[in-house]
Design a protein around this ligand. Sequence first.
Ligand SMILES: Nc1nc(=O)c2c([nH]1)NC[C@@H]1CN(c3ccc(C(=O)N[C@@H](CCC(=O)O)C(=O)O)cc3)C=[N+]21
Length: 288
Amino acid sequence: MATILDGKALAKTMQSQLAEKVAKFTEQGHRPPGLAVLMVGDNPASATYVRNKERACAKIGIATLGQHFPADIFQEVLMDTISDLNNNDRVDGILVQLPLPGSLDSVTLLNHIDPDKDADGLHPINLGRLLRGEIGLRSCTPSGVMRLLGEYDIDLTGKRVVVVGRSILVGKPLALMCLEANATVTIAHSRTTNLSELTRSADVLVAAIGRPEMITADMVKPGAVVIDVGINRVEDEKGVRLVGDVATQDVAAVADAITPVPGGIGPMTVTMLLENTVLSYQRRLGLI
Ligand SMILES: Nc1nc(=O)c2c([nH]1)NC[C@@H]1CN(c3ccc(C(=O)N[C@@H](CCC(=O)O)C(=O)O)cc3)C=[N+]21
């Protein structure tokens, strides 16, 4: 059976290290780090994520400025709110919870965030910095994947990585990070032909598709490392549960290592958001 890559455990360790770090700075008399969380509408999944993020911040000593807007809010109000937060010295990170409802233009909003406060690492400047291999705030889910691989000493040098999914949130930035780590990277997507043949060639297979249990055991090379980025809520005879993009039980019999859902990449994503916020705080206060 495959080794379980325990994101939940690593997230816990990293979060207590972050808490110690923040405590050290505040004991020295510095203000605490600040994260602004903008949530629009009342998508129940988003509300849960936002609550989890705020709870994690509280534990670490990051001050949160939560702002909740109705679904029919005007774009201009959100733009002005972001301007204010960009100018607010106590705010080190700004997060706009996605997806946004209705006709709101998330790209324009994200582009309006000060790149040095872009805790999600989704601003084009930060994506460009990643492309060029420069220092910057990096997208949370892909950097969570890289951190978890590192924790288990999984070196990507010379490995064949296949990333299934080409989203700007996960697939594209993760492919760049794997390339930076000297892997040979292929991005597969909905128009890829002979997908199973391709995924079977992967030493490291990443599923970031958003389709429950799409990656089955026959698509995985024996001994491969399988990273499951999917978070899908499904309802069946077993009730409502959370499943990834990988048929975990079957694939675990073939793979060498696999991330679970829940308890894998999800908790790492939240932790990287916290780490980005603290990093931005340290850079802004000259504590680095
Ligand atoms: N601006 C923005 N940034 C995000 O990072 C962002 C977002 N919008 N919108 C939604 C997605 C989704 N996302 C998750 C983070 C953690 C878990 C997580 O911790 N999941 C737990 C289970 C939680 C549960 O039970 O629902 C786990 O996998 O173990 C899941 C999903 C961040 N997102």
